[in-house]
Design a protein around this ligand. Structure first.
Ligand code: 9WN
Length: 432
């Protein structure tokens, strides 16, 4: 609670502390999510982190995104992790992934494509004082982000349905979400080399995915490695292929922001291309609507069935702007019920559901980046009071428990990593 104290300028101390954390996690052009626990540059973390840098150093914010895109693969993919500098405190590191793409080693899978959303955010911040600079910055990144989106559709929606697939739970950014349980356990674990987990040296095992879950993660990794991470093959061969709500909502929203940027830059053909993605995506999103529960659901593409899991990703179509007014109303009333069950919203899984665990990673805890997106979506649909509640809950858990990786929604206690970059960054972005 000492964080709530004010400093001499009347700002909460936590404001200064958040800036310090970003500086301390700055490895030179990129920011690690947490020292020790996550010692490299992560794809979607970089986006949220850049929004935090923008609150006090917008040049550094652009640099974060420029570094991320300097790791783009020739085919357009942005890997989930860029191993810029060696570190032996994370598993699985570069020697396990064994990708050969220049200029750096990286993973061979991706993460939710938040970059387009963030670059538009940075454009808005910069254009307030220097429109010409803002346009220059955007013109350099725009083609790279577009190439990334094209990669998504080509590699992960070869059947042209309008929504993309993830082929590994790590790609969702919500590693052990209950939405993956059934699909992940539908295939057996291969005879994989023995391994030692580094995460358990930093964080208590009860707060992390189980051994069995990790065995499945690594089974997928080794199969993709055997296929040389060839995007033409991975989609078809993966025994895990899900239409993830988070990834698709983020991609949809990024497409809307990219359309804004394309118009600003006068790129007519690109606007048309993005419009096609938006039109098809909007139509297909309706397949994921579960009328009975009043929630969106992830789809298992291998069985054609919607996952029964009720996860916080269900509310992200609000961030995308793809839900109808009726769907938004149903989502808002569900969200209120969820929050009534806990003390601080938004839990990552339905707190009344069978697998809810308030400290186990993506199976219950509150995450600041998800709150940031959900509250922005609620405002878009006019649910300002509910948005305010989520923002206040976020700031309160941070003030009470510090800049932790995630929080127990029943008690507000912090869990996982400490001095966590996106928590610091979004705290700054919210206060800005
Ligand atoms: C695997 C870095 C990342 C986040 C993810 C979060 C966690 C990694 C891990 O940490 O995933 O990518 O090793 O657990 O689930 O959302 O980007 O903060």
């Amino acid at each position: 609670r000492n964080y709530i104290n004010l400093n001499s300028t009347g700002r909460p101390l936590l404001h200064e502390h958040s800036i310090e954390v970003l500086k301390q996690n700055d490895f030179g052009g990129y920011t690690v999510p947490a020292l020790g626990l996550y010692p490299f540059q992560w794809n979607w973390d970089a986006g949220f982190i850049a929004a935090g840098w923008a609150a006090f150093d917008v040049d550094r914010a652009w640099e974060e995104m420029e570094t991320l895109f300097s790791g783009q693969w020739a085919d357009g993919m942005i890997p989930s992790i860029l191993f810029w500098k060696a570190s032996d405190t994370y598993f699985p590191g570069p020697e396990i992934w064994g990708t050969k793409e220049n200029p750096s080693n990286s993973t061979g899978i991706t993460q939710p494509p938040i970059a387009g959303v963030i670059v538009r955010y940075l454009y808005d911040c910069t254009a307030r004082t220097n429109r010409r600079l803002a346009q220059q910055k955007v013109s350099k990144l725009f083609p790279k982000i577009l190439a990334y989106h094209r990669w998504w559709y080509k590699a992960r929606d070869p059947l042209n349905t309008g929504l993309v697939a993830i082929i590994h739970p790590w790609e969702s950014g919500m590693d052990n979400s209950p939405a993956w349980d059934e699909a992940l356990h539908a295939f057996p674990v291969d005879d994989i080399p023995p391994y030692e987990r580094e995460d358990l040296k930093h964080v208590n095992a009860s707060m992390r995915p189980s051994k069995d879950t990790y065995d499945h993660y690594l089974t997928l990794l080794y199969r993709f490695k055997a296929a040389n991470y060839d995007p033409e093959k991975l989609y078809w061969m993966s025994p895990f292929r899900m239409t993830d709500l988070c990834t698709n909502s983020v991609l949809f929203r990024a497409n809307r922001d990219m359309r804004f940027l394309a118009r600003m830059l006068g790129k007519k053909e690109e606007v048309r291309e993005i419009n096609t993605w938006l039109r098809k995506g909007k139509e297909r999103f309706q397949w994921l609507w579960d009328m009975d529960s009043g929630l969106f659901k992830c789809e298992n593409q291998l069985t054609g069935k919607l996952s029964s899991a009720r996860i916080s990703g269900a509310f992200l179509p609000l961030f995308a702007g793809v839900a109808s007014q009726d769907q938004a109303a149903a989502l808002a009333s569900n969200l209120k019920l969820w929050i009534d069950e806990v003390k601080f919203g938004v839990p990552s899984a339905d707190p009344a559901g069978p697998v809810f665990d308030p400290v186990k990673y993506w199976s219950g805890p509150l995450w600041i980046n998800i709150n940031w997106m959900i509250s922005s979506g609620l405002r878009h649909y006019g649910y300002n009071e509910l948005a305010e509640k989520i923002e206040m809950d976020s700031l309160t858990v941070i003030s009470e428990s510090g800049l932790r990786e995630y929080f127990n929604p029943r008690t507000g206690e912090g869990a996982g990593g400490e001095s966590f970059s996106w928590t610091a960054a979004l705290y700054l972005a919210w206060l800005d």
